[in-house]
Design a protein around this ligand. Sequence first.
Ligand code: DX5
Ligand code: ZN
Length: 216
Amino acid sequence: MAKIAPSILSADFANLERDIHDIEKNGADWVHVDVMDGLFVPNISIGIPVVKALRPVTQLPLDVHLMIDRPIRYAEQFVKAGADWLTIHIEADQPQNNLACLDKIRALGCKAAISLKPGTPAEAAIPYLPICDMVLVMTVEPGFGGQKFMADMMPKVRTLRRLLDEVNPGCVIEVDGGVDAETCKICKESGADILVAGSAYFKATDRKAFVKTVQA
Ligand code: DX5
Ligand code: ZN
């Protein structure tokens, strides 16, 4: 069974508590929090104070996706604010800083993940795989919700699953971008364990049924 992490990027920002309780009530597994800095991606969303404010609102794991430049500068603050899973992007800094950042996240007792933009090949993740708890494969260009799912990322998911099975079989794979009731199928077939869904979750007429479909 797969897990679903609804992304609050598509929630009503004036009613985040209500929307997170709705995510919980509908049986979703995690809450996905998209952090954008206007530099790594051409959009600005939410940051540390919002993660801190959301922490007491839910028991669900907070899956914080940092789309920020040089995340090592802020990783500790996000963990302390309440992230259970913290994802950084391969493309956001030099390898030695990314490795140090993943180590730091884990040393703080948080799960650490590395993410790949669509143009980044699976092989680029190899140095990080032994020290990751999760790998996030982007199936859209990061920055905005509501984009079209890139099915051509599925071979990357398969390659990463194979590479992980050799060095770190417990490491899970998440996909993010354009996941809906149809595209979730090929993601699961390709080896994804956690599926992020923003617009498809919030637009669903029956959110509980949508959650079940993605998890099935
Ligand atoms: C995009 C974000 C996604 C986004 C997904 O940069 O990382 O998490 O919220 O939204 P949908 O599901 O609408 O593609
Ligand atoms: Zn995301």
